[in-house]
Design a protein around this ligand. Structure first.
Ligand code: FEO
Length: 136
């Protein structure tokens, strides 16, 4: 499963700064996976989960800011997709913090799927648009 959390050029959105942020998200998910697999306590897993949540929120905000700046026509629907993902991750984090949920292989599959699906179905739509506005 480790390979599933590797960024590859197939995930490129043609904007270097955003590719770098996506790579970081893959990296944190790998870290979470490894913390889960090595049986670390909830303190360490919880810490990685918090960083993942924070970084996701920051990344979405950075993407939306760039879209606003260049009047990206699909900003509204992209924002809805971001909000939906953040709500799911925050709901999980809340359960985890309350002790009623654990980081499991199912959660890892969910994270891997949302990240790759979101990048490949929604994020990659903006690549050509940003490039045509001089953002690479
Ligand atoms: Fe890269 Fe729309 O998140």
């Amino acid at each position: 499963m480790d390979n599933a959390f590797q960024w590859t050029p197939a995930y490129s959105v043609k904007v270097d700064a955003l590719d770098a942020q996506h790579k970081k998200l893959f990296e944190i998910i790998r870290e979470l996976y490894s913390a889960m697999r090595s049986g670390h306590g909830n303190d360490i897993v919880g810490n990685v989960l918090r960083r993942l949540t924070d970084y996701t929120v920051d990344h979405f905000a950075a993407e939306e800011k760039l879209m606003e700046k260049h009047a990206y026509p699909q900003l509204a629907e992209h924002r809805v997709a971001h909000r939906d993902l953040v709500n799911k991750v925050l709901a999980f984090k809340k359960e985890f913090d309350a002790g009623s949920s654990a980081v499991t292989p199912d959660l890892m599959i969910f994270l891997q799927k949302w990240l790759t699906n979101h990048i490949q179905t929604i994020d990659q739509k903006y690549g050509d648009f940003f490039n045509s506005h001089g953002v690479h």
